[in-house]
Design a protein around this ligand. Structure first.
Ligand code: GAL
Length: 637
């Protein structure tokens, strides 16, 4: 692949938080700092429509004009993540209900239920008004739909609207209750339904609900996010040619991002490395301590690669942490240079833009402790110095291109829902397994792509990893049959049907591989299954039988990997050492060079350049060059 995207910087700005007299000056300072993009509007509904039907767009006209006049390109957000208070009076039942059946209260954000048709209509109305007014604006150069779908656990709602919607969805999917009963195995515990309107939501059951019921409901919830987003996208496209973007997050798996992204032009995600390290990556205390002020060295890259795939090659950072945030258990400051490193890492992975959140720290409300590029008094905060440096570097930096990696991992949201519904081991998570796979590849210095589960062709890849995939799709099975590279499949891959029942023949049922999972055990944290040659399986171990070659074994002589040619089925969750061996062997078979990078040093290759990043708190050497903490190095390759 040739030329890469143009690299640009931006900031998130809330004109409604500041007096009109400062807008032009803010805009001037943004462009002086080298920013090109400014995202606005995504929470401003109460100012756009203070009372139902009473519209006030004039302030937004002026704000867009002030920003545009300064030379900034505006990303205009639709304000649907924050329905104003009057909306609740109009639609008292529009709020989402949590798993305990409690309404999500008013007084923060995202309190709507995706299934509520009345609220969806209100969203269509406000989005239409915005699109009509700004669809042809020369300053509005992109749109953001809503804000962070699924944030604060809001993709799943147990409301009446969701129940009615789910019943209709089931009627559509299964056509008859007999078919549904068969698909879910409802004969078990006399759970059979005679009518679709008898089907409830899988919460508040006495003991665990049927996992097939849960998975179906999770598919329904994901489809509701798609429907909600599509309603906005359809309207925006009618009035505007500007690209449509949504801002996704770290480890939010509650809806299928590939499905949502199919209606949009660019994927983006909100990168808060320090908050995420402490609150959602399952990092152990040693890692948390070492990377406290830098973030996990693989977590940003993981999401860059994932969202590049979700965005079909096009992705941004819509929100980049500039300093301490407010929402993690503890909120530390990055070491100097990290905001610059995070931005360069995003660009190295193919990001077209990195926007800092936020321009100026708000002195009020929930996020008053959240840093911005400016302090609340308007003085420079530390990150703006780094933004300026980035802008100078970008101006000098030649096009570095993006490139297809040699290594790919299949990523599938439904697999995450399935293993949440049927974990079998308390610490088995799909994200954890895929992230461990990714980390092992990154420690070996490899660049990685993610592919969706219905991938039709694996052409161009040398190495494919398929950890924990619920069901092997027909497309992927065919692609695997035609694949000439090495495939590392498992554990748990193809172990259930799409309805979350055990298939016949038994798993893994891989093309040409005579291996069968005859028994499965999950392992508590203190238990291990040690492997010949070092390392062990943790969390999960499958007993395999069959005539396929045993290419790795446990120390007590049971199959750990069974293989046919270059297709390998892995019978457990490899620990760090075992993953190291698996990756090294696979890469050796494909002639892919690997390294053994120290913790904190990471590499990303583009078509033209190698980038090296130092996430460690101490200086690190790379091929004779010393990188200071937060150091970034690049050279042509
Ligand atoms: C994001 C969100 C922003 C802001 C930010 C604070 O998740 O999109 O609106 O809340 O976090 O870090």
């Amino acid at each position: 692949m040739g030329k890469g995207p143009k690299r640009e910087l931006g900031a998130c700005y809330y004109p409604e938080h500041w007096p009109e007299r400062v807008w032009a000056d803010d805009a001037r300072r943004m462009t002086e700092a080298g920013l090109s993009w400014v995202r606005i509007g995504e929470f401003a509904w109460s100012r756009l429509e203070p009372q139902p039907g009473e519209l006030d767009f004039e302030w937004l006209d002026l704000a867009i004009e002030a920003l545009g006049q300064a030379g900034l390109k505006v990303v205009l957000g639709t304000p649907t993540a924050t329905p104003p208070r009057w909306m609740l009076t109009r639609h008292p039942d529009m709020v989402a209900l949590d798993e305990k059946g409690q309404p999500r209260g008013y007084g923060s954000r995202r309190h709507y239920c995706f299934s509520h048709d009345g609220y969806l209509e209100e969203c269509r109305r406000i989005v239409t008004l915005l699109a009509q007014r700004y669809g042809k604006s020369s300053h509005v150069a992109a749109w953001q739909t809503d804000n962070e779908y699924g944030c604060h656990e809001t993709a799943v709602s147990y409301s009446d609207a969701a129940k009615r919607g789910f019943q209709a969805w089931c009627a559509q999917r299964y056509q008859s209750t007999d078919a549904l009963n068969r698909a879910w195995g409802n004969v078990f515990w006399s759970m059979e339904y005679a009518e679709f309107d008898e089907i409830g939501l899988p919460n508040l059951t006495v003991t665990t609900p049927n996992p097939s019921h849960v998975l179906a409901f999770r598919r329904y919830c994901s489809d509701q996010v798609v429907r909600f987003n599509r309603a906005q996208a359809d309207i925006l496209r009618r009035y505007s040619d500007a690209p449509l973007i949504h801002n996704y997050m770290c480890r939010i798996l509650s809806f299928d991002h590939f499905d949502v992204a199919a209606d949009l032009d660019i994927a983006s995600w909100d990168s808060y490395p320090l908050g995420y390290l402490l609150d959602r990556l399952d990092a152990d205390e040693t890692e948390q301590e070492r990377f406290l002020r830098q973030g996990h060295p693989d977590a940003q890259a993981f999401h860059h690669d994932l969202y590049r795939s979700v965005g079909r090659g096009r992705y941004w950072i819509m929100e980049q942490q500039p300093g301490p945030v407010n929402w993690a258990g503890w909120n530390v400051a990055p070491i100097e240079g990290m905001p610059r490193l995070w931005a360069w890492e995003a660009f190295a992975h193919g990001a077209e833009a990195v926007c800092f959140f936020r321009w100026r720290q708000a002195p009020f409300a929930q996020e008053q402790m959240h840093a911005g590029l400016l302090r609340p008094d308007g003085a420079d905060a530390p990150a703006i110095v780094e933004a300026r440096q980035l802008a100078r570097e970008i101006a000098k930096m030649p096009d570095a291109g993006t490139t297809k990696a040699k290594v790919a991992i299949i990523f599938d949201y439904a697999s995450s829902w399935a293993w949440e519904a049927l974990p079998q081991g308390a610490d088995f998570t799909y994200f954890g397994l895929v992230f461990d796979t990714y980390k092992a590849l990154r420690r070996a210095g490899l660049s990685i792509d993610f592919l969706p589960a219905d991938t039709k062709s694996l052409n161009g890849y040398d190495l494919l990893l398929v950890p924990g995939l619920l069901t092997l799709s027909g497309n992927l099975r065919m692609a695997l049959e035609a694949f000439s590279g090495t495939a590392i499949i498992g554990p748990r891959t193809n172990s259930k049907t799409e309805e979350l029942v055990i298939p016949d023949p038994l798993p893994p049922n891989l093309p040409g591989l005579d291996a069968t999972v005859s028994r499965v055990e999950s392992l508590p944290p203190f238990a291990r299954v040690p492997l010949e040659g070092g390392g062990s399986f943790c969390r999960w171990f499958e007993h395999l039988e069959g005539d396929a070659a045993v290419t790795a074994a446990t120390t007590d002589g049971r199959p750990a990997i069974m293989s046919r040619g270059k297709m390998h089925y892995v019978a457990g969750w490899p620990d760090r050492t075992a993953f190291g061996h698996i990756v090294a062997n696979a890469c050796a078979a494909e002639g892919l060079g690997t390294r053994s990078l120290p913790d904190g040093l990471r590499i990303r290759d583009t078509a033209t350049h190698r980038f090296v990043f130092n996430y460690a708190p101490e200086p690190m050497d790379f091929e004779g060059t010393t990188l200071p903490p937060a150091g970034v190095l690049w050279h042509p390759i």
